[in-house]
Design a protein around this ligand. Structure first.
Ligand code: NAD
Length: 310
């Protein structure tokens, strides 16, 4: 019989890419999402859909009734600035929502493993070592990062208390088709949208700040491998390659056939200068390596946004 997975946040950018990947691998998939930022059209037709808030009693009941083998928790408040303006709301969704899901997973009695969307940028904070390994201390500098780090600690409690296995996958900066260009998080999606509109792209500061850009399809495959290998613990899911914003813009402008340079605005307060995570543990633990090179992933992403304009 097909293994069963329930994906919270499965109408969102990454969650829906994960849903597609598990369906492709022959899993039975259910999606639970309140559509606060996700879209109904992202949910694959072959998946059952529960339009519910992860914090609700109805969501807990749906998880108990579904009796999945694996719960993949992607639902979250993902806006770092909102987490600073309204920390209680952030914790309500990102900690309270996770706890509701974990309680329901235990009550369902069927769940062997929880896959958790953690963050490689936000939980480490400013790091001493780049690329940063999993053993580096977590020193979040945002409430969003603190909630993700707390989530990992709670997962440890449920593993110790109930034997609930967990894979905390610490994503770096994820990009790809379906990312929301209006959101806060996705510079690639924002640049794609503006290049297609013929509008200038803004770079904050000198553009030398680096990030580790990982393609969403690679992130979905990491989730699948962690489930198949029944991995237990925390793993970085990134490329180990630092890319600065100037280079990112240059690559995208080339793909778009745009010759003008970016506009510059003052650096944002508190923005990290460098962020890049070491993915080598994932290769050993679950046989995962990123497969999509940046130029290829950017071309695919740009083409996806372009095709939607036709
Ligand atoms: P997204 O906004 O596209 O997806 C989040 C999904 O969760 C949306 O579909 C939204 O409707 C849903 N959701 C939000 N609050 C909910 C609630 N209370 N109840 C039910 N559903 C709710 O964002 P994404 O980029 O796909 O992020 C997915 C996960 O990956 C998040 O947990 C995020 O923190 C994590 N993450 C993302 C990145 C990145 O670069 N995008 C990096 C690290 C970690």
């Amino acid at each position: 019989m097909a293994k069963r997975i329930l994906i919270t946040g499965g109408a969102g950018f990454i969650g829906s890419t994960i849903a597609d990947r598990f369906l492709q691998a022959g899993w039975d998939v259910a999606v639970l999402d309140d559509l606060s930022s996700g879209k109904r059209e992202n949910v694959p037709a072959a998946a059952r859909f529960y339009p519910l808030d992860v914090r609700s009693a109805a969501a807990a009941e749906a998880i108990r009734a579904e009796r999945p083998d694996v719960v993949c928790h992607q639902a979250a408040q993902i806006d770092v600035r909102r987490s600073m303006d309204d920390p209680r709301f952030d914790a309500d969704v990102n900690v309270g929502g996770l706890l509701n899901v974990l309680q329901a997973a235990v009550a369902a009695g069927s769940v062997e493993q929880v896959l958790f969307a953690s963050s490689g940028g936000a939980t480490y904070g400013d790091t001493d070592v780049v690329p940063t390994p999993e053993s580096h201390p977590q020193r979040p500098v945002s409430n969003y990062g603190a909630a993700k780090a707390a989530g990992e600690l709670y997962l440890g409690v449920y593993q110790a208390t109930y034997g609930l296995r967990f894979a905390a996958l610490r994503y770096s900066n994820v990009y790809g088709p379906r990312q929301d260009p209006h959101g806060e998080a996705g510079v690639v999606a924002i640049f794609c949208g503006r290049l297609l509109d013929g509008r200038p792209c803004t770079i904050y500061g000198d553009g030398r700040q680096t990030r580790d850009y990982v393609f969403a399809g690679d992130v979905a495959r990491a989730n699948l491998l962690a489930a198949e290998r029944r991995f237990d613990g925390a793993l970085n899911v990134g490329t180990g390659v630092e890319t600065d914003v100037l280079r990112l813009y240059g690559e995208l402008a080339k793909i778009a056939g745009v010759s003008r340079g970016p506009e510059h605005a003052p650096a944002r307060l508190g923005e990290q200068k460098r962020s890049c995570i070491d993915p080598s543990a994932a290769a050993t633990a679950i046989g995962w390596k990123p497969e999509v090179a940046l130029a290829d992933g950017l071309a695919r992403t740009y083409e996806w946004f372009r095709a939607r304009r036709d």
